[in-house]
Design a protein around this ligand. Structure first.
Ligand code: ATP
Ligand code: MG
Length: 336
C-alpha cells in the first residue's frame, strides 16, 4: 500500500463550544482529509494557556473539545486524535525551534499582535509571543505535508516552512516542508454582528458568535438578527455586501447549494427569507451535533481511552522525529 501524505492540525480548548468558523474553516476539512491522508488532530491545551485559564475549566473544555471533534465526524479508526500535552515532544521540539527563530521574525506575527493588543501590553505573556513557534514544532514533529487551517493561520504555516528549511539547510534534511490546506470560500467566516472581523472564540461579540453547542433556538435568533447591508438584493459581493455574503457562504457550505443558485432562488425575496431558511439549516445541523457531543461526554471512559490510544500513536511518530532532530543538533545521547 502506498503511504498516504500526512495531515496535522489542532484546535484550542479556550472556550466550551466550537463556533461556526472553526467548523466550516477547519474541522470540516479535518473530516475530509481522514479519507486521503494519514491524519493527526489534536486539542492544543499547551496553546490554550498562552492566555489565563481556570484549571477546572481547562480540563473540562479539553474533554469537551475532543467530544466535539468526534461528534463532527473524526473517526479514531481513520485518524489519530490526541491531546497535545500528552505528547511531551511538542514542548521539547518547541524549545529547539525557539532557538532557531529570529526575534524580529517572531515579532511580525499578526496573530500575536492582535492577541497581545487585546490582553494589554503588560499582561501579554512570553508564551503568547512564542506560541507560533510551538505551532511550528507541532507540525514538524509529524512530518506533515498538509495543514488544514483557516486563513488566520497562513502566516504560521509560512513560518513553519521557513524554519523547516532553515533547520534542514543547517543540520541536514530532517523535516518535511508542509503546505497550508486553506479552502478559500470558508477560510474566514465573519462575526454576524461585525462582518469586518473574523468569528472567534476570544474576540467575537456574543451576538455575532455562533456556538455549535448553544441552544438551537438561540442560534436561530442570532442568525435572524445578523447585521445585513443596505439595499435588499441577495448577491454575493464580499466588499460591497459583507454581511449577506457571509450568510451566503455559510448557507452554501452547510447545504451544498451553489452560491449562484442561491442568488437565483432568493431573487426579489429580501434578506428575511434567506435568514429564516439559514436559521432552519443551522438548527438541522446543530441539533444532532449537540446530542452526539453529549453522548461522548456521557461516556468519559470511552473518550479517555480513544485519547490514550491517540497519544500513543502520536508519540511513536513524534519521538522518532525528535530523536532525529536532537541527534542532528549535536545533543549527546543519554546512555541507557
Ligand atoms: P481564539 O480566538 O482563542 O484564537 P479561534 O476561534 O481562533 O480561537 P482556534 O482554536 O484558534 O479558534 O482555531 C482553530 C481553527 O479554526 C484554526 O484552524 C483557525 O484557523 C480556524 N478558524 C478560527 N476562526 C475561524 C473563522 N472565523 N473562519 C474560518 N476558520 C477559522
Ligand atoms: Mg485562533
Amino acid at each position: 500500500m502506498a503511504t498516504r501524505p500526512r495531515a496535522l492540525s489542532g484546535i484550542q480548548p479556550t472556550a466550551g463550544s466550537f463556533h461556526l468558523g472553526n467548523y466550516l474553516g477547519a474541522i470540516r476539512q479535518y473530516v475530509a482529509l481522514q479519507e486521503t491522508h494519514d491524519a493527526f488532530y489534536m486539542v492544543v491545551d499547551l496553546h490554550a494557556i498562552t492566555i489565563p485559564q481556570e484549571p477546572a475549566d481547562l480540563r473540562a473544555n479539553t474533554r469537551l473539545a475532543a467530544a466535539q471533534l468526534l461528534a463532527a465526524g473524526l473517526d479514531p479508526q481513520r485518524c489519530t486524535l490526541f491531546i497535545q500535552s500528552h505528547v511531551p515532544e511538542h514542548a521539547q521540539l518547541g524549545w529547539v525551534m525557539n532557538c532557531l527563530t529570529g526575534f524580529g521574525e517572531a515579532s511580525r506575527m499578526t496573530q500575536f499582535k492582535d492577541k497581545s493588543a487585546k490582553q494589554g501590553a503588560d499582561r501579554a505573556t512570553v508564551g503568547l509571543f512564542t506560541y507560533p513557534i510551538l505551532q511550528v514544532a507541532d507540525i514538524l514533529l509529524y512530518q506533515a505535508d498538509s495543514v488544514p487551517v483557516g486563513e488566520d493561520q497562513r502566516q504560521h504555516v509560512e513560518l513553519t516552512r521557513d524554519l523547516a528549511e532553515r533547520f534542514n539547510t543547517r543540520f541536514g534534511s530532517t523535516f518535511t516542508i508542509p503546505k497550508p490546506h486553506i479552502v478559500k470560500e470558508v477560510a474566514k467566516i465573519y462575526d454576524l454582528q461585525d462582518p469586518s472581523i473574523k468569528m472567534s472564540k476570544s474576540a467575537s461579540t456574543p451576538k455575532g458568535l455562533v456556538n455549535l453547542l448553544d441552544d438551537p433556538k438561540v442560534t436561530a435568533k442570532k442568525i435572524k438578527s445578523a447585521v445585513t447591508d443596505t439595499g435588499t438584493e441577495i448577491r454575493f459581493d464580499a466588499q460591497g455586501k459583507p454581511g449577506i455574503s457571509n450568510l451566503l457562504t455559510i448557507y452554501s457550505t452547510l447545504t451544498g447549494a451553489d452560491i449562484a443558485d442561491l442568488e437565483q432562488r432568493y431573487e426579489g425575496k429580501g434578506y428575511g427569507a434567506l435568514k429564516v431558511d439559514l436559521a432552519d439549516a443551522m438548527v438541522d445541523f446543530v441539533t444532532p451535533f449537540r446530542s452526539r457531543t453529549q453522548e461522548y461526554l456521557d461516556d468519559p471512559e470511552t473518550l479517555d481511552s480513544i485519547l490514550a490510544e491517540g497519544a500513543e500513536k502520536a508519540r511513536a511518530v513524534a519521538a522518532e522525529t525528535l530523536a532525529q532532530a536532537y541527534d542532528r543538533i549535536g545533543f549527546l545521547p543519554a546512555k541507557h
